[in-house]
Design a protein around this ligand. Sequence first.
Ligand SMILES: *Cc1c(COP(=O)(O)O)cnc(C)c1O
Length: 469
Amino acid sequence: MKHIYNSETFRKSGHELIDLLADHLATAQQGNIPVLPWETPDNQFDFWEKYDLEDKNTTTLFKDIIERSISLNHPRYMGHQISPVAPVTALASLVAAFMNNGMGVYEMGPASTAIEKVVIKFFAEAIGYEANADGFMTSGGTLANLTALLAARSVHARTDVWQAGHSGQKLAIMVSAEAHYCVDRAARIMGFGEEGILKIETNERFQMNIESLDNQFEQATKKGFQVIAIVGSACTTSTGSYDDLEAIADFAERREIWFHVDGAHGGAAIFSEKYKSLTRGIHRADSVVIDCHKMLMTPAIATALVFKSSQDAYKTFNQKAQYLWKEAAEEEWYNLAKRTFECTKEMMSIKFFCLMQLYGKQGFAEFVETLYDLGKTFAKLIKKRPQLELVTEPECNIVCFRVYNPELDRAENNRINSRIRQEIIESGKFYIVQTTLQNTVYLRTTLMNPFTSAHDLESLLNRDLMDNG
Ligand SMILES: *Cc1c(COP(=O)(O)O)cnc(C)c1O
């Protein structure tokens, strides 16, 4: 065992690793390597199955992993919503990984538990909540949305589902048809079934259609459903559309149901004076989810779940785990596993806290503003080209468009756009994704790298691929 836990070996390989990562950062930022070194999944598996680290040197291993990974620091990385991390947060992650405090109870993470409360207060203030707000950090937007909806059920369902199961009671939630699939999944996990998920159609800007809310609510009620919650997207994943949170808050208040905001991606706009109006009304939500690993420069995975009323945060799990806590009903903010889905949890708060300390709110604002501005720049470039069609004016850094040939039918156009996207990612020159909206395939970009320039965007549009549509 001694050789495995040797501090000098760790010191040496650690220093080498930092050099390796710093070199990679510099190279990736130059854009001199493929953004994604394309390999088929089977070939990739083959490589790693046969892998043999003969020299037993971790630097060789880490180098091979880095060379075969997608580089988020590459300015032509513009696909999914995970951010290139502020490099210093990777150091905080290393501390978290090394110290491995479990976070379930206070003793298993004294500093990081208290830091988590500080981080949540920081979010609560930016949301516009009052002093009674509280919450915690959890492993991803998906889990955070489920946790919030479990709290909503606990507060609003007429019977105690936690004790008695559904026992004939039919519950439902309302959510935009364009919401992230995890909201649908959460409702199904909670036993609501297909019918218990009222998918609200969207308008031409892919925002939840407010006019149809009352009608949908009444129809569901007639069918015997109790609608317990409505979920607003800030913003949606496919097109980056912000729902009208103020209008949804009015509706939720009138109908006396829970209002949850899925701000996994775009909730970060609360930190920007320039863009926070997109989230107008967010302070009226009962719960808000914001991912730090998307628009807040933090390594995955780190998500804030904030409740307007601190008591609600304790209602998700009424379970007792006697060996962990004396009395589950007591609100002990410092024993986090009472409120989190996880038992053992990463020390995620320290990664975000590190950024708060170094750069403050201004750092987050700059990141959001740089990228949202870039979305607008990109839209302008797209609109200049007649063969390209923008799906909708972007509200943030998610921009969807397609190559459109009016002489071809939809299926044909879809095929062309899918082929273009595949050729682009296999070329390693850019990384973009695709999305299907109303049966139409669009090229989807999320401008996540603050060093992506207008020139990079022009180059993407200038590819021959784009012109022979
Ligand atoms: C990314 C995203 C999620 C899922 O969050 P994870 O952290 O990936 O689990 C949920 N909702 C929206 C709107 C998202 O953009």
